[in-house]
Design a protein around this ligand. Sequence first.
Ligand SMILES: [Zn+2]
Length: 524
Amino acid sequence: MHERAPEIYDTTLRDGAQRAGLQFSVEDKLKVLHALDAIGVPYVEGGWPGANPRDTEFFRLAARENLRSSTLAAFGMTRRAGERAEDSPVLREVLDAGTPVVCLVGKSWDLHVTEALRTTLDENLAMVGESIALLVARDRRAFFDAEHFFDGYRNNPEYALAVLRAAEEAGAQRLVLCDTNGGTLPDEAARVIKEVAPNVGVALGVHFHNDAGCAVANSLIAAEAGVLQVQGTINGYGERCGNADLVPIIGNLALKLGLEPLPEGSVSRLTETAHLVGEIANIVPDPHQPFVGRNAFAHKAGLHVSAIVRRPDAYEHVPPGSVGNSNHIVVSDLAGRANLARKAEELGVDIPGERIGEILNSLKELEARGYAFEAADASLELFLRRATGWQHELFEVESFRVLVEERETAGTLAEATVKVRSDGDRHIATAEGHGPVGALDNALRMALARTYPEMDRMELTDYRVRVLDGTKGTGAVVRVLIEMTDGEREWTTVGVSENIIQASYEALAESYTYGLLLAATAVP
Ligand SMILES: [Zn+2]
């Protein structure tokens, strides 16, 4: 067994975003970057600069972010046939992104060179070598993604190896064997890696897709065969059947193979991170996802609870708390307590040790009702403050009413009336909006404008709705996430109800409460 853990290279923001229906905004991408940085993922591939304006903008902003442990990588393609590397617009964009690491993809399957690129095998070798050499000359650490490597090696092993050598001779620091079509089986993956390793002088990496359902297995086999880098995505997001899911890869490496793919303390944050990335991607987390799914350790009724409690190791492949999950039986397990204590400390809320279990229980109850606190730090902080005795007298809503009207000439208009008490007075305001939430927001602002002029600076920047239980039709529970900014900081709050307006109102009121709290603590 290997003592050295492979380095994790995350491509959620590039390859993961190829998943049908997934779209990350620039803000979303920055949030994912910070989530990965927080658990110490060594490499984060941010996208393909130049491929779309969003990715270019992301790299411009990401360059200013303070990262604790992640190194940002940009992705691109080798120069085109017949082009000079210096003249390649693709390579120019990748260099302009200014990242320390660049991962370039190139063809390693002869069939793709002659049929897809319609060029000669020699020209393809020159394309790989000259493109990598240009990056190295510009002080970038170059990684080379050998596209379709496993298929190429099956078809023409000499040529596939020649492509790797071209990248190596030009100065590539990682040669990443890609199973782009995702059809390779574990025994073949192991054999190819063993055959390739003695033929190259730099570290190997792997990049598996999941079309045969073997992406995680192949990645683990590669790690055991000694490859240095494993590429994948959080929750296995990716085109078609997805990429190798880093969540079980990290879980298995750490808990089964005794390796340390992430810094100490990070593996117990896997569940939280997987769910957070799901929230950002607006994809419902798979309740049956290995390690982190809600049901990953949920034992079927009928099993003796007492037996599970007495000997959990007889029923669970790893302790659920080791990845930050729980088996829903021992609610206040140690990892849950430790996570809550850490979170409270992060948020600056002082929780007396003896109250952690009780607060954790009410938190779990709320989560079971649909609250997503991983994605709503501001709501979590307000909850923890209230749980420890804080009461705010900022404002109190007496009632609100929203009317939606369809007019032949003006289209749909909404009107909201809000009655609030603040500063000992009662304020009533009526405002219009394009939709019911906008009208409610406008009315609440108007009603509180005189007491809290600082609300002027607060702006609603994102509004997301998710139906949590699709089986009950309109009776389903709705979760609303609202993001707000005061120009300096951003915060997110959550509301849950069967009524979308009620859920929106709850998230809105919490958001203003939090914003006012921030403004108040900012006053010297
Ligand atoms: Zn891929």
